[in-house]
Write a protein that binds this ligand. Structure first.
Ligand code: ADP
Ligand code: MG
Length: 220
């Protein structure tokens, strides 16, 4: 079953008279239990594609379906509801609310997805080695701890689809190992994971690799 489908996505950006075609007709699907790595040079459209498939951004052409429901060009409230129920999102930064502790960030994410589970909070913090930092604010964490807390938040509601944008770009070896273990656990549990990455280790564990080049799929 396809949990996510992108149909002929186009996205253009304009700065003055300059037009950048960030996505030029990108179609792909993601199935339950699958890890797909999205690779391609910097500027090839990876982050734009992840924003469009999660409904954080709207494509200028084409559409996205999540679990068979249309996400694209739906009212913001409906997109937000679908996003909260279907996606865990790990961006390159800004995954944590700065005025909430690590634990409060996790709890809020579960609340938004309607899946509160106190036992899961402790289990997740343990799995990313942050139990001892549960009450810390984001500003009190190291870079690796921020990355692991972001991962815990993205995984909080056990989302059917996890989308991660270069999650291992700036993390230490131990954090990368923990990320990979979480992605593997998702595959075992039949959950889907889409990762934009330059990491050979991550691309190696993927079931499929999609390569973007200048906003187009260059090979699958
Ligand atoms: P990647 O994640 O593969 O590095 P991006 O999706 O970030 O690529 O960017 C694709 C292209 O779109 C790049 O040329 C980038 O400069 C451009 N771009 C992305 N976001 C914006 C934006 N908000 N405004 C203008 N141009 C953008
Ligand atoms: Mg990017």
């Amino acid at each position: 079953m396809h949990v996510l489908e992108a149909h002929e996505l186009y996205r253009f950006f304009h700065i003055g008279d300059d037009e950048t075609a960030a996505l030029r007709g990108v179609s792909f699907h993601l199935s339950a239990g699958e890890i797909v790595a999205l690779v391609g040079p910097s500027g090839s459209g990876k982050s734009t594609l992840l924003s469009c498939v999660t409904g954080l951004d709207e494509p200028d052409g084409g559409y996205v379906e999540v679990g068979g429901s249309r996400l694209t060009r739906r009212p913001e409230t409906e997109r937000t509801r679908i996003r909260a129920a279907s996606f865990g999102i790990l961006l390159q930064s800004g995954n944590l609310f700065g005025h909430l502790t690590v634990e409060q960030n996790l709890r809020l994410q579960m609340l938004l997805a309607g899946r509160s589970d106190e036992k899961r909070i402790a289990m997740l913090l343990e799995s990313v080695d942050l139990l001892h930092r549960a009450w810390a604010l984001p500003t009190e964490l190291s870079g690796g701890e921020v990355a692991r807390a972001g991962l815990a938040v993205a995984l909080a509601a056990n989302p059917p689809i996890l989308v991660a944008d270069e999650p291992t770009a700036e993390v230490d070896r131990d954090t990368e190992t923990r990320l990979i273990a979480q992605f593997e656990a998702r595959r075992q549990a039949g959950l889907a994971t889409l990762i934009a990455t330059h990491s050979k280790a991550l691309a190696h564990m993927a079931d499929r690799i999609i390569t973007l080049k200048d906003g187009r799929i260059d090979g699958e």
